[in-house]
Design a protein around this ligand. Structure first.
Ligand code: PHB
Length: 511
């Protein structure tokens, strides 16, 4: 196994692990790799910003989502159709998803999820066995004999669906003929049902969204509910007509969509490539880093690339790019068309996307706050404005071991106007707006001084603020501006970069 495959194996095991985190020895066990290999692979992934090393733990990092984003951007369907799925979910007050076929499974590319306690809810990138879903028979209607063989072999080899870690094992086995029958019906009807095939209570109805050019199924839209609200029969009678009209509108959107804008090629090589061997350290596995960079060559308007285009976009030698593409083809992450061009497969989403797609802004910010607090040896916080805009609410925090650090906990609320966090978010003084920071001195509490900067989303809106709070006796206001402010700004920039990557195809909760 080459370094690239080892890197993929590590990312896959982390994706399946609880919370996207494993210890180094846990990874050693899960991958069967030698400890020294695990150390080198994780050091390389950490240097690329794809994982975080935290003592003996390895955690997936938001930057890794750029790989899944490359697939989703190249596919274009989320960008074109997700607003229709979201609108339908709002209108019905039920979850709505979009899924693509992934060999004999289905994989979600969009989720408009209603938060409900009652049943499982799937994430973007989760893979489900086709036969236990509503979209499955609609995809299977287009399967080749080879696809059916593959499906039968998988069912025989894995009756407990262990290859699908996001679904519970089946309560009872079903004959293959059931799914074959459902597929025939789906082909004739143009819709399909899931009546509690995944778990008791979970029901879904699905309709295919067809590509206007080829007439083939581009993706499948589903409405997902629970038997406490709708029986499967209800879904068909009450909700199917509304799903169908939403799908008709989606197909109109696909017809009307202008040709994809060839997105910007990745900005040359990734950051690590400028560094010298010495800076990267002996642990850094360059062939792994180069190989992973290949996936980022793809994107909107860059769905099918020739070897030459991949080499040019990444700055890699042709031989290096070719080796990586062949490895990816073997791993099922890339396919090569008869015309020689390469395309990403939905399986690219198995590299970290499902757990990372659920991160909230406080979770994204936490490691950056912890690093900031350690660097300046003061406590750091993230906060948002309350709905009334009267208060700030603390959503994440990293404190130092100093005895005198400000006593504020996550969830605490303070009057917005008397905190630096609040003033930055209200940006109601021309001074705060132009300087880009707010400093509040002993207004809230004698002896407390704090400085804050905004955290902006991809549209430039200040969605949160970060501050460093300290005892006034420890630092002058000048020192706050010269020493703390640059660190604070760097932290906000890191959080913003992660938020941009994470928020490209998912909605990141702000609290
Ligand atoms: C889902 O979107 O969560 C979903 C869709 C179809 C199913 C099951 C779940 O059959």
């Amino acid at each position: 196994m080459g370094p690239l495959l080892r890197g993929i194996a590590v990312l896959r095991r982390l994706t399946e692990a609880d919370g996207g985190t494993l210890s180094l020895s846990g990874l050693e066990k899960a991958t069967g790799l030698a400890r020294s290999t695990v150390d080198r692979v994780t050091a390389t992934l950490a240097r690329m910003g794809y994982v975080r090393l935290d003592g003996r733990d390895v955690a997936l990092a938001p930057r890794l989502m750029e790989l899944g984003n490359a697939y989703l951007a190249a596919l274009r369907l989320p960008a074109l159709l997700s607003h229709r799925a979201d609108a339908l979910a709002d209108a019905l007050d039920e979850s709505v998803s979009l899924a693509v076929g992934d060999r004999d499974g289905i994989r979600f590319i969009h989720q408009a999820t209603r938060r409900r306690a009652m049943s499982l809810s799937f994430r973007i990138g989760d893979l489900l066995p086709a036969e236990r879903t509503a979209p499955g028979p609609l995809f299977a209607a287009e399967w080749t004999p080879d696809d059916w063989c593959h499906w039968r072999a998988r069912r025989a080899a894995d009756p407990a669906d262990r290859a699908f870690p996001s679904v519970p094992p089946p309560e009872h086995t079903t004959p293959d003929a059931d799914f074959e029958h459902r597929t025939e019906r789906a082909a004739a009807d143009g819709w399909a049902l899931d009546d509690q095939l995944i778990e008791p209570g979970l029901v879904a109805v699905s309709v295919p969204v067809r590509d206007p050019g080829t007439g083939r199924v581009a993706c499948v839209a589903s409405v997902v509910s629970h038997t406490s609200r709708h029986t499967a029969e209800d879904l068909r009678t009450a909700l199917l007509p509304r799903l169908r009209s939403a799908v008709a509108a989606m197909e109109d959107d696909l017809r009307a969509a202008p040709p994809p804008e060839p997105g910007p090629a990745p900005a040359g090589l990734a950051t690590w490539t400028g560094a010298s061997k010495q800076e990267l350290g002996r642990e850094f596995v360059e062939s792994l880093a180069r190989g992973l960079t290949v996936l980022t060559a793809f994107g909107e308007g860059r769905a099918a690339l020739t070897l030459t285009e991949v080499a040019k976009a990444t700055g890699l030698a042709r031989a290096t790019a070719r080796r990586a593409l062949i490895t990816y083809e073997h791993a099922g992450l890339v396919t090569q068309a008869p015309d020689g061009t390469f395309t990403l497969t939905p399986r690219v989403l198995s590299l970290g996307f499902p757990p990372l797609s659920r991160l909230s802004l406080p979770q994204i910010a936490q490691p950056h706050l912890t690093a900031l607090a350690a660097r300046v040896n003061e406590s750091a916080s993230l906060a948002v404005l309350s709905d009334s805009r009267e208060e700030v609410q603390y959503t994440a925090r990293a404190s130092t071991s100093r005895v005198m650090s400000a006593h504020i906990t996550v969830g605490a609320r303070l009057p917005a106007r008397s905190t630096s966090l609040g003033r930055v978010l209200l940006a109601d003084s021309e001074e705060v707006r132009t300087r880009g920071y707010a400093l509040v001195d002993e207004e809230l509490e004698a002896g407390l001084r704090s400085i804050a900067v905004p955290v902006r989303d991809r549209t430039g809106r200040a969605v949160a603020a970060v501050d460093v709070a300290m005892h006034a006796a420890r630092r002058t206001t000048e020192s706050c501006v010269t020493d703390i402010l640059p660190e604070l700004r760097a932290t906000a920039t890191h959080i913003e970069a992660d938020l941009r990557t994470a928020g490209r195809f998912t909605r990141v909760p702000l609290t």
